[in-house]
Ligand binder design. Sequence first.
Ligand code: SAH
Length: 580
Amino acid sequence: MSIAIIYITNKGLCLAQKIKGFYPDAEMLKFNAETVENLWQDTKTFVFIMASGIVVRTIAPFIKNKRTDPAVIVLDETGNYAVSLLSGHSGGANKFTRELAGYLGAEAVITTASDTNNMPSIDIWAAENNLLIEDWDKLPQIAVRFLNDGTLRLYSEIDMPFPEGFLNVAPNSADLLITNKKSIKECGCRAKEQLYLRPKNLVVGIGCNSGTTIDEIESAVWEVAEENNLSFISVCAVATIDLKAKEPGLVGFAKKYGLPVHSFRADELNSVKGVKKSKTVFKATGAHAVSEPAALLFSGADSLLVKKQKRGNVTVAIAQLSGKQARLFRPGEVFVVGTGPGGIEHITPYAQNAIRKADAVVGYDTYLELIPQLLRGKEIHSTGMTKETERCRKAVELALEGKKVAVISGGDPGIYAMAGLTLEILKEKNAADLPVEIIPGISALNACASRLGAPLMHDFACISLSDRLTDWGLIEKRLESAAASDFVIVLYNPKSRGRVEHINVARDIIMKHRTPNTPVGIVKAAMRPDESIAITNLKDMLSHDIDMQTTVIIGNSKTLVWNNRIITPRGYESKLKQTR
Ligand code: SAH
């Protein structure tokens, strides 16, 4: 479970319901020590609405360590205070407390020293930079030293900006060592207290015979890394030949450690100069070598850290990522999220979560202004309406740098919106490996139809009157065909300041095929505070206010109006008669 809200009293339940409004996938449960015990292992965040004494007594026996314990937040019943009680940093309780307090207008109570002193916390800073902490037990003493001294001495083999108070020093006097080397040999007496942070920057090139087991591949990679004084924790990706991309042992090994597998064609591998060639490998695969050129190609490095090593059925070569990626290797992700017609209540819980998960949010400012609650604390890139190409490019670039990026589309992202453009830009950048998820939303046609009654009960055609990207001649042709075929017609982008005539022309084309009394629904700003709804007909429709926030729905020859609702009969008439 992601979030459990635990309450005791009825007043607590009211507050729990309010909180659930912000986190729709949270579960509300009445307090019971056994319930908490059962949920402890698999729940990411607990929100308790009760006295902190009850919480402390209840959770005390289950607390293990800051790496695995869930975030625990306590609220008083009136919702005046939100206290971050446990796992403030790595569990995310401080961040959650601030966010929740923001929603509720409560005061956030944070007691972690680094937060109250405005100093960066080492574990959060490490996580943000994708540096893995090797030994968590050493963290507290280094964090205390940092707080007391105001400076943190570190040695880094990665070129990256450091926050204020972080001092670059030689390895033997550093508290923190940022390196993919297992140990830095020249370190002297303080080595025991030193904490290693591991950058994810080693690419392992692997070749193997068919049927090689996960265990054999795993031992080979561990052994080769150890023998060459490299930390296995720094491995960020596996590279191989396309023939082996689905090899079960290789795929299983990569999956076990959450590593992406990148594969190359034989001709790509053969284009790499200066690698050791093998006749047997060439005979079997068409490539002169696999592990060495694959590691070099994916890492972008000029040379290998470890040349090909053979262990039984496996060959291993290791290279270090070069360039910008070297610091921040973490596969980014793009969510193209549909935020529906208006406010937060019409966004699916799944889409809300995707926005919450994102590091950066990219979108058209009008849409972003509708969902401020979801955007706090995020990197925001908002631009005007016609800048969608720039927005999408920015989103893809951020994701390629390793960020989780939400591209926001009003309505549904796959309808006259950002989904197609995002995929086209990924295609242009040849970024087939970047994970992308398109998350649907309620489109204007769903929202507007529901406000009007049931106009889309039969086949309909959806036509955009914007000729910014489509030739007007083609739009007229489609209007003509849809009207002639008696489709219900939904018009998006009906009118803008630069194109006031289009809606008139469209109406005249449709009028050629339909009677002047054909019902027409006009919905402006559906499900937003300034919503307006008009039910009219083809003859009179142009006397109504129509703009770019409006969708127009024109009925077919059977469409009727009853009780201020538009109905397009589905064909139930005879069934209705039979069952009357
Ligand atoms: N992806 C969006 C459509 C983008 S095109 C979707 O699926 O809804 C923009 C057009 O959508 C607007 O010109 C208008 O015709 C329509 N539209 C978007 N939101 C609307 C709303 N809340 N009410 C009425 N029409 C809307």
